[in-house]
Write a protein that binds this ligand. Structure first.
Ligand code: SAH
Ligand code: ZN
Ligand code: ZN
Ligand code: ZN
Ligand code: ZN
Length: 421
């Protein structure tokens, strides 16, 4: 889909110059598309680009994959193979071509219903950054959505939540439905066109064209009073403004489907993202609030429960629903603050001066009278900088600050909030 327009920052001759680059790949190694805003592109280069794009299409279309799946499930267990190298379900006629690839045998129906377990997570940090919900967090999310009365979930980059919903819907009398929008085309092997759309959330691009658009629109249309919520968990390195712009378009799509534009209401949203992006998200969505719930991941070294107890996850839920409705599990240590009218972490103490439960990371924060706000427990007021900081900080930071967390002293690439190992 369309590239995004960026601007060069930093020192140098080209500072301020604008250029187009790939919206989805933040690493040049994944996609090297680059074009100055005012650049004239020759016919030859345009043709070469088109040729490149043609030759990099997936080997099967979504439609073909749906047909292949139908054939695959007809096969006896002994003939059901999955190529781990190509990340593809294989039909017997194709075995030959993949003979020197690693493959899995006897793919069961249960495995087909849990593609997020079968496919390996695309962990390349800058493009897919696929970090899957721990079961506990996924179950919590689904139960919360059900308790809130939602019957449809638009899963944007949340394949595991989608999978859980699909699984339950196929097993029991379960009324919740879901549609997955994700850039990971491997999922088209397991879901029909009504269950999955190949989608880029950085530029709101549906690879399936108008038909896919229509699928999404239909899904958002709330007939028989079935309420819709969107749940998204984008890559944390992603640009907040690009994401926000796409989410606004999805929200507008929902609005257009409602009678009288849903009377100025907003489509309910859960945006799952690290707490240090709070101010960025609120810039774009002033109606959102950050919840204290810590979202845990399976394949994330930092963000999951260790065997030895809780490791703190920085990932939170941002939502435009009324905070008091978001009930957090008491057995995991959350409690209700009657003054703030929301559930908070057990360590999050209500500050009488700020008149709110101020901790962002679950630890108990302390109030600084000079800063007139609560700060992290490890911080001290520095008279030089005239604000609170780590005791080991270097004063008079002239740095512009990290692009990701806004803190000085390191660049985006070295941001401690993004390190995964
Ligand atoms: N925790 C979620 C997965 C979040 S990981 C779960 O368990 O369901 C981020 C997800 O966003 C991945 O599924 C990834 O494929 C998807 N993604 C990454 N870049 C994307 C893009 N540009 N557009 C749409 N989806 C994207
Ligand atoms: Zn193969
Ligand atoms: Zn409080
Ligand atoms: Zn305070
Ligand atoms: Zn201070």
């Amino acid at each position: 889909g369309p590239a995004l327009l960026f601007v060069k920052t930093g020192q140098g001759r080209e500072e301020g110059r604008r250029f187009y680059a790939c919206s989805a790949c933040r690493d040049r190694k994944d996609c090297n598309f680059f074009q100055w805003e005012d650049e004239k592109v020759s016919q030859t280069r345009l043709a070469a680009r088109e040729e490149y794009n043609r030759s990099h299409q997936p080997s099967f279309t979504h439609r073909q994959n749906v047909e292949r799946y139908k054939n695959f499930v007809q096969l006896p267990l002994s003939k059901r193979r999955f190529c781990q190298e190509c990340q593809q379900l294989l039909l017997p006629a194709e075995w030959e071509k993949h003979s020197d690839h690693q493959f899995l045998c006897d793919i069961s129906t249960a495995q087909l219903k849990s593609p997020s377990q079968l496919l390996y997570p695309l962990e390349n940090k800058k493009t897919n950054a696929q970090y899957l919900f721990a079961d506990r967090s996924c179950q919590f999310l689904l139960n919360l959505l059900i308790d809130l009365g939602f019957r449809r979930v638009l899963c944007v980059g949340t394949p595991r939540l989608h999978e859980l919903i699909q699984l339950k819907a196929s097993q029991e009398d379960f009324r919740v439905r879901s549609l997955l929008l994700d850039i990971d085309f491997r999922y088209s092997q397991f879901y029909t066109e009504d269950e999955f759309c190949h989608y880029n959330m950085f530029n709101h691009y549906f690879f399936g064209g108008e038909a896919a658009h229509e699928t999404c629109r239909k899904f958002l249309y709330e007939d028989n009073g079935e309420r819709v919520i969107m749940v998204t968990d984008p890559p944390f390195g992603g640009l907040v403004e690009a994401l926000a712009s796409s989410f606004k378009k999805l929200m507008a799509m929902w609005k257009e489907t409602g009678k009288e534009g849903h009377n100025n209401k907003e489509m309910p949203v859960f945006w799952i993202f690290p707490y240090f992006f709070e101010s960025r998200i609120l810039d774009f969505f002033p109606s959102f609030n950050m919840m204290d719930y810590q979202v845990d991941y399976d394949n994330h070294a930092l963000y999951k429960h260790g065997k030895t107890g809780r490791r703190q996850s920085p990932v939170r839920i941002f939502t435009n629903l009324t905070p008091s409705m978001i009930v957090l599990p008491v057995e995991e240590g959350y409690r209700f603050c009657t003054i703030c009218q929301r559930y908070v972490s057990s360590g999050n103490q209500h500050c009488e001066i700020c008149n709110s439960c101020t901790s962002k990371d679950g630890r108990r924060w302390k109030h600084c009278d000079l800063c007139k706000k609560c700060v992290k427990p490890s911080w001290f007021h520095c008279n030089n900088c005239n604000c609170c900081a780590l005791q080991t900080h270097s004063c008079e930071k002239t740095d512009a600050g990290c692009f990701v967390c806004g803190k000085a002293g390191h660049k985006r690439s070295a941001c401690p909030s993004l390190s995964h190992t």
